[in-house]
Design a protein around this ligand. Structure first.
Ligand code: G
Ligand code: MN
Length: 271
């Protein structure tokens, strides 16, 4: 067997064993409303605490797992964990305070039979309003699998879930899906948002995307903001929401709850 097949098989069995042993956990990076810096939601990010390799970043295993059946199990785990967190948080938040969590899903998930039913079942099990959950897909997925993803995204949308387009601006220049898909948010990739204060081209692109968001009635979220200057620039360009290390790193659930319930006491344990 070629070495890449062996390592793929090893990864597959490690992922399945890791799920059994509870090695996958979620951290939550706050999304802030730029007007008042209120935390209005989070992006859920997966962490793998591997018994031998230690902490493995999602960029390293998700892309490999996308070729395997286990990506479905990982996504379902992420959705179930995130819905559990939302249910616990919801009981403590004022009823009228909107809050949402985004979970990253792959093209594989969207094409899988039973995925939409799993989402519906999990929302129901946690007694959550469906609009508290957003599913985040990359632009590439929307362009590569238009028929299947379109159908399942519509079903998810009719359940009431939000749909966010991740890494917006880096996938394809084919924006035809914007005409047909019922989207909730576009997330401007950090290659533009991260250097908005130093690059005039990034600023032009962001200005254009903010205009597009207003026309389409979708939220625009800038990702990867690392400095105060960039945050100020992004706000001046009319962007309403942002996320990035300048505001918050991904947080453990306990720190997220403290932040959302009691405000920024700057004592979070960074996850
Ligand atoms: O593409 P996506 O939005 O899913 O990427 C999320 C990843 O980006 C996570 O691994 C997260 O830790 C990382 N991330 C979050 N905020 C920042 C930031 O401000 N700068 C950089 N470089 N990475 C970030
Ligand atoms: Mn994402």
């Amino acid at each position: 067997m070629p070495p890449d097949v062996i390592s793929q098989l090893k990864l597959e069995s490690d992922v399945l064993a890791g799920l059994e042993r509870n090695e996958f956990s979620m951290v939550y990076q706050p999304v802030v409303r730029l007007a008042d810096r209120a935390v209005t939601g989070v992006e859920a990010l997966m962490r793998w605490d591997h018994p031998v390799s230690g902490h493995i970043a999602p960029e390293r295993f998700i892309r490999l797992a996308e070729n395997m059946d286990s990506i479905g199990r990982l996504t379902e785990h992420a959705i179930a964990e995130t819905c559990g967190m939302l249910q616990r948080l919801r009981t403590q938040l004022p009823q009228d305070k909107p809050f949402n969590a985004s979970v990253n899903i792959s093209g594989h998930d969207l094409c899988r039979d039973g995925f939409v039913d799993f989402v519906a079942f999990t929302l129901d099990r946690h007694a959550l309003a469906p609009d508290m959950l957003r599913l985040e897909v990359t632009e590439t997925v929307l362009v590569q699998e238009p028929d299947i993803s379109d159908q399942n995204l519509r079903r998810l949308r009719s359940l009431g879930c939000g749909i966010a387009v991740d890494d917006f601006g880096t996938g394809y220049s084919n924006l035809a899906y914007l005409k047909t898909l019922p989207l909730t948010a576009l997330k401007i990739d950090r290659t533009f948002a991260g250097d908005a204060c130093s690059s005039a081209i990034s600023r032009s692109i962001i200005r254009m995307l903010v205009g597009l968001g207003a026309e389409l009635g979708v939220e625009i979220i800038a990702e990867g903001l690392e400095t105060a200057d960039c945050a100020t620039t992004i706000a001046q360009l009319g962007c309403s929401f942002a996320q990035g290390y300048h505001f918050y790193k991904p947080l453990l659930e306990q720190d997220l709850s403290a932040l959302v319930l009691h405000g920024d006491e700057s004592n979070q344990h960074v996850a």
